[in-house]
Design a protein around this ligand. Structure first.
Ligand code: MN
Length: 199
């Protein structure tokens, strides 16, 4: 068995002009794929194939310095798949229902959420991720470094934005805040977040 690169949930040019097909060619076709190849090479015959297998590898290697290579590649495979689904060609707008109520409760308003999420994304020094998570039903914004993922931190990830330079440099160069703003205003997939919240 071996892990496979999951299909993108939309065409490579579907997120233009906010994320270009050129960026997805590299980010999905090269970066994400390389994490899959590296993980299979590291695991050999121990590689699984399902999402549950991947999550087990992440949990088993988290915090173990001897398994840092496995963790980094496995978590990056998972994080990227989650990121692709966190965006939609028809994204942006506002959440509804229970998710909207929980965002208002946690952040005061949708604008309050956007401000906290953007701050987390912009202040993540170096490479990492910004996340919306549910901590026992209460929503929080968190950031993680490098391959770190809230999956191993006892919370439920709802959304993420990749803030490694490779996520935005071809389209935005050094302007990470502009990329994050475009993500929040035009790409964020509230249906995905609501489905994750509902479990
Ligand atoms: Mn990335």
């Amino acid at each position: 068995m071996a892990f496979e690169l999951p299909a993108l949930p939309y065409a490579k040019d579907a997120l233009e002009p906010h994320v270009s097909a050129n960026t997805l060619d590299f980010h999905y076709g090269k970066h994400h794929n390389t994490y899959v190849v590296n993980l299979n090479n590291l695991l050999g015959d121990a590689a699984g194939s399902s999402q549950a297998d991947l999550e087990q590898v992440i949990r088993d290697s988290a915090g173990d310095p001897g398994k840092a290579g496995v963790f980094n590649n496995a978590a990056q495979v998972w994080n990227h798949t989650f990121f692709w689904h966190s965006m939609s060609p028809s994204g942006g707008g506002a959440p509804s229902g229970d998710l909207a109520a929980k965002i208002d409760a946690a952040f005061g308003s949708l604008d309050g959420f956007k401000e906290q999420f953007k701050t987390a994304a912009v202040t993540q020094f170096g490479s990492g991720w910004a996340w919306l998570v549910s901590d026992g039903g209460a929503l929080k914004v968190v950031k993680t470094a490098n391959a770190e993922t809230p999956l191993t931190q006892g919370v439920t990830p709802l959304l993420t934005c990749d803030v490694w330079e490779h996520a935005y440099y071809l389209d935005y160069q050094n302007r990470r805040p502009d990329f994050v703003q475009a993500f929040l205003d035009n790409l964020v997939n509230w249906d995905f977040a609501a489905a994750n919240l509902a479990g």
